[in-house]
Design a protein around this ligand. Structure first.
Ligand code: ADP
Ligand code: MG
Length: 268
């Protein structure tokens, strides 16, 4: 049996008085696009940093493709590609130099490096501008370059933290189109965080909604929406579970819609 791409069991992380992650259980299936959603401060980045071995996790809490991140750190890193929340490309180098740096860093064999760098630059549609300095790139191009950096070691699991934040809709679609193409070609699993609900709805097979360090809801976007009400959007789901921007009375109304729907379900 294939192990889950990522398995979290009771994952916790505390910084001083702040409980950033408060007991998370989830499984990401191989090959799916899984979205970790939630408002700022929900604990998404902290969870991602534990999964990618950048923050310590206790033994048994997190597995990547069956390997415990606490005890198999180096092996886990070889399986992962990571696009961090903060921009990581060097503006004073060319696109090609940036990707080549990651190829060396991630032990892509020397003889395969040039071909592999060109292959990922082609995959993110940057080959024709590969020899330009990154400081001349647009925001969308920089994000696609970072995608290429993460992909150059041919990861089995790609982890992206807010990959489209600050991008215009066209650039955002450009990033997602590349992700889907590469995923279809390689069978790679994608774990992505975002607070853009429409994007999650469009691109994720399943999502987990995080709030205050906990998972409040988990399922396909369709499941989460239909649990709230007949015409609910994922934005409504977000507001329902996080209380963001909705008043208490609106939340009460939403709860009523949900209860009514459940009753209708039982009767129908
Ligand atoms: N290194 C850190 N030291 C102290 N507090 C932190 C650190 N990293 C995150 N936090 C706190 O943990 C909580 C979750 O943060 P984070 O995981 O970045 O959330 P998100 O990515 O969902 O916005 C926040 O309250 C944040 O201030
Ligand atoms: Mg974050």
């Amino acid at each position: 049996m294939t192990p889950p791409a990522v398995r979290c069991t009771g994952v916790r992380q505390v910084f001083g008085d702040t409980v950033a992650v408060d007991g998370i259980d989830l499984e990401v299936e191989p090959g799916e696009v899984f979205g970790l959603l939630g408002p700022n401060g929900a604990g998404k980045t902290t969870t991602i940093r534990m999964i990618t071995t950048l923050l310590p996790a206790p033994p048994g809490a997190i597995e990547v493709l069956g390997l415990d991140v606490a005890t198999r750190r180096t092996s886990v890193r070889r399986l992962l590609g990571y696009v961090p929340q903060l921009l990581s490309a060097d503006a004073t180098l060319t696109g090609r130099e940036n990707v080549a740096l990651f190829a060396r860093l991630f032990d892509v064999p020397r003889r395969q490096r040039a071909a592999q760098v060109d292959a990922v630059l082609t995959a993110v549609d940057l080959l024709d501008v590969a020899d330009r300095l990154v400081k001349t790139y647009s925001g969308g191009m920089v994000r696609r370059l970072e995608l290429a950096q993460a992909l150059v070691s041919a990861p089995r699991v790609l982890v992206l933290d807010e990959p489209t934040v600050g991008l215009d809709p066209v650039a955002r679609d450009g990033v997602w189109d590349r992700i889907h193409e590469i995923r279809v070609a390689t069978g790679m699993t994608v774990l992505v965080t975002t607070h853009a609900m429409q994007e999650a709805d469009e691109h994720c097979d399943r999502v987990a909604l995080m709030h205050r360090g906990r998972i409040q809801a988990l399922g396909t976007p369709a499941e989460l929406k239909s649990a709230i009400g007949p015409d609910a959007t994922l934005d409504d789901v977000f507001r329902y579970y996080t209380g963001n921007t909705l008043t208490e009375s609106e939340k009460g109304a939403m709860r009523d819609v949900r209860a009514a729907r459940r009753t209708a379900g039982r009767l129908g």
